[in-house]
Every structure is written in structure tokens, then in C-alpha cells.
Design a protein around this ligand. Structure first.
Ligand code: RAM
Length: 361
């Protein structure tokens, strides 16, 4: 069974907005999906167009904003940063992406300290570890740095002003189970999850919702959850180990762009191709080869550029002295965080062989 809600949401985004669709006539220069950022955001359930901007006053120009992904050299975060740069150009801020090559909280700490030392006005961070970066973020806030989380949150909401979440976690968690169920077929069988870091808020939240959804799929049995730490080589090793230790495995769900590409690449070149299904959250640019060669029937994501774009606007709005509880304005739209300070960008997108070529990220 496919998720009707997700399919409807996909249709809405694609039809109404042309989410980064190459052939949609959406303007911009491509490159990481940044050009589609405002358009994609317009589809958000939490966005409203026109009217008086929730953020009210104007943004300061010349703000110095650091963008700190879980790790650098991950195309997903480069796409998010392209959106951040677009926002920074619009508001005349200076943007810089800094970060470690390993996606761990410990590795992020030194970069948070750099932000404090170099007196950045704002930090937009995807937390590799929901807990361990909290004290450093609080130190940054005490030093006058506006902190916004994007992509992956921290466990203590007081350590950031708002969180820019890509999509509703229940929807994307459940959708991944539905995608693997459809790929495997009614016979079902054993499935495993290949995640990013065990400390990541976003993956852990989605996995929680996957487990909920699995209750509605008695034909599927979750036999293992392993962690590739958003490292391609480690993720491929973990995929190979799953196949070894579970000879009856029928599917792998990988809710990380690094993990799903690594698993698909490994399976595509192995005896398991066509026998073990793969789905998860991936970039169309990294996954299209595996969709076309039949390794992957469908997978999903959102426009990563929107995360960076809204992260910068949220940070700049707060750093300009405007409280965000009334919402913030970006790309001509107003986005209103919920009572927990979470701002959801919009619905997820499902990719299949029929649309995977249409996306620029
Ligand atoms: C990886 C990262 C990121 C996540 C995506 C789906 O790039 O783990 O945090 O949101 O996958």
C-alpha cells in the first residue's frame, strides 16, 4: 500500500510549484537546488503568502553567518548551503560553510568555538549529535550568537532559537516503510535500517515513526538497525555486513543520503541486485543511476536548498532583533514556527524512474 497522503503532497508540490524541476520553467541557475528554494518554500503547509510579515522589521545588512552541517563534503549539505548562499546574497549577509569531515558532535565542537571566537552574528547548524553540542551552543548564545538548527535538531530547545525541519517526521518516517513494502511486494520478508549516526535527532525520529508504521505491515520484519555515520565507505561496509548476517534480507531502508547511495551502489554491483530492495532518503543526482538500473524502485527527499535558505532567514531575522514567534518572512512568504520553535518547510517528494531526472539537486 502506498501512502495516499504522501502521494497527494507530492502532486501538490510538483504541480503547483515545480520543485526544482529542470523542465518546469522555474527560474534560476540550478546548482544544488538553490534556485528553487523560494518556490519550494511556497508549498509549505506552514507558509502563508503576502500580508504583513510576521517578522515585521527589516533585516540588518552585513551580518556574518556560519553554516555548520553535520559534515562537509556531503552533497546534501552542499545543496543546503547553496540555498543558504542565495539567502545571504538576498539579505547582503556574509555566509560561510564550516564543518568537520566526520559527522560527529565532538568534531563539530571546535567549529562552534570558532564561531564564538570569530564573533559571528549567527550560526545555522545541523547537529550530528543532539546532546553533546548543547553546552557549546548555549555558550555561543551567551556570547551573543543567534543559533538556529536546520536538518537535525538538538535535544534541548533552549540551545537554539528555531529549528528548520525539512518535513513532518511522521510523514517521512512512514513513507519509507511504505516504499520498501511496495518494492518488496506482498510476500514481504526481513528488512533492516542503515542509518547515519546513532546520535542524530533526525534519523532517530524517523526511525521511531518507521517502527510505528511497521506495525501496519505484518508482512515485514525489522531484523536489524545499523549505523554508517554518514560515511560512504562505512555505510557500504554496514550494508555488506547486513547482507551477510541476514541471508533472508529482502530490503534495506536508509534514511540518509550517504547511506542510501552507498547501499544502492553496493547492491547494484552485487548478486543481491533485484533480490534485496533499497529505499530511503536520497538525492536524485546521486540515486538516478540506481533507479535506472533497477536497484531502487523509489526513494524520497525534499529540496535541501530550502533548509539553508530558511535557516539563514531565520537566523538573520533573530539576529536583527526580531522575535520569531510571530513568524519570519523569506522569499515573499511568511513561515510560522510551532510552539516548540519548529518550522516545517514542506511535504516530501517521492522519486521514481519517471521523475528522477527532473530535479536539480
Ligand atoms: C544525510 C544527513 C542529513 C539527512 C539526510 C537525509 O545527508 O544525515 O542529516 O537529513 O541524509
Amino acid at each position: 500500500m502506498r501512502n495516499k497522503g504522501v502521494r497527494i503532497a507530492v502532486a501538490t508540490v510538483v504541480a503547483a510549484l515545480g520543485l526544482a524541476a529542470c523542465g518546469s520553467g522555474s527560474s534560476g541557475s540550478g546548482g544544488g537546488g538553490a534556485s528553487s528554494a523560494p518556490a519550494a518554500g511556497a508549498g509549505s503547509a506552514s507558509a502563508s503568502s503576502g500580508g504583513s510579515a510576521g517578522s515585521g522589521g527589516s533585516l540588518k545588512s552585513g551580518l556574518k553567518i556560519a553554516v555548520l552541517p553535520k559534515a562537509v563534503n556531503i552533497p546534501y549539505f552542499d545543496a543546503a548551503y547553496a540555498g543558504a548562499k542565495k539567502a545571504c546574497a538576498e539579505i547582503k549577509a556574509t555566509c560561510e560553510q564550516i564543518g568537520p569531515t566526520q559527522a560527529t558532535g565532538a568534531a563539530q565542537l571546535q567549529f562552534i568555538n570558532t564561531v564564538i571566537q570569530k564573533k559571528y552574528d549567527a550560526l545555522v547548524i545541523s547537529a550530528a549529535d543532539a546532546d553533546s553540542v548543547v553546552p557549546a551552543l548555549k555558550k555561543a548564545q551567551a556570547a551573543g550568537v543567534t543559533v538556529v538548527t536546520y536538518d537535525a535538531d538538538v535535544s534541548d530547545a533552549s540551545a537554539r532559537t528555531v529549528m528548520v525541519k525539512p518535513t513532518t517526521p511522521d510523514q517521512i518516517g512512514k513513507a519509507q516503510v511504505q516504499w520498501i513494502a511496495a518494492a518488496i511486494g506482498s510476500g514481504g520478508g526481513e528488512v533492516a535500517i542503515l542509518s547515519a549516526a546513532a546520535t542524530a535527532e533526525n534519523q532517530n525520529t524517523w526511525i521511531g515513526f518507521m517502527k510505528e508504521e511497521l506495525k501496519s505491515h505484518p508482512e515485514l520484519k525489522l531484523v536489524d538497525t545499523v549505523y554508517g555515520d554518514d560515511d560512504a565507505a562505512k555505510s557500504a561496509e554496514k550494508a555488506a555486513a547486513l547482507l551477510q548476517s541476514h541471508p533472508n534480507l529482502k530490503g534495506i531502508i536508509s534514511p540518509t543520503t550517504v547511506g542510501v547511495a552507498a547501499a544502492a551502489k553496493y547492491i547494484s554491483g552485487s548478486q543481491y541486485k533485484g533480490k534485496v530492495q533499497v529505499t530511503g532518503l536520497g538525492l536524485p543526482s546521486e540515486m538516478k543511476a540506481y533507479v535506472k538500473d533497477g536497484t531502487v524502485k523509489s526513494f524520497g527527499l525534499w529540496d535541501p536548498g530550502m533548509l539553508g535558505y530558511l535557516g539563514v532567514y531565520a537566523a538573520a531575522t533573530k539576529a536583527s532583533g526580531t522575535d520569531l514567534t510571530g513568524g519570519l518572512t523569506a522569499g515573499g512568504k511568511t513561515y510560522t514556527p510551532d510552539s516548540g520553535g519548529v518550522l516545517v518547510v514542506g511535504p516530501p517528494q517521492e522519486f521514481t524512474a519517471s521523475n528522477v531526472d527532473q530535479f536539480a539537486f
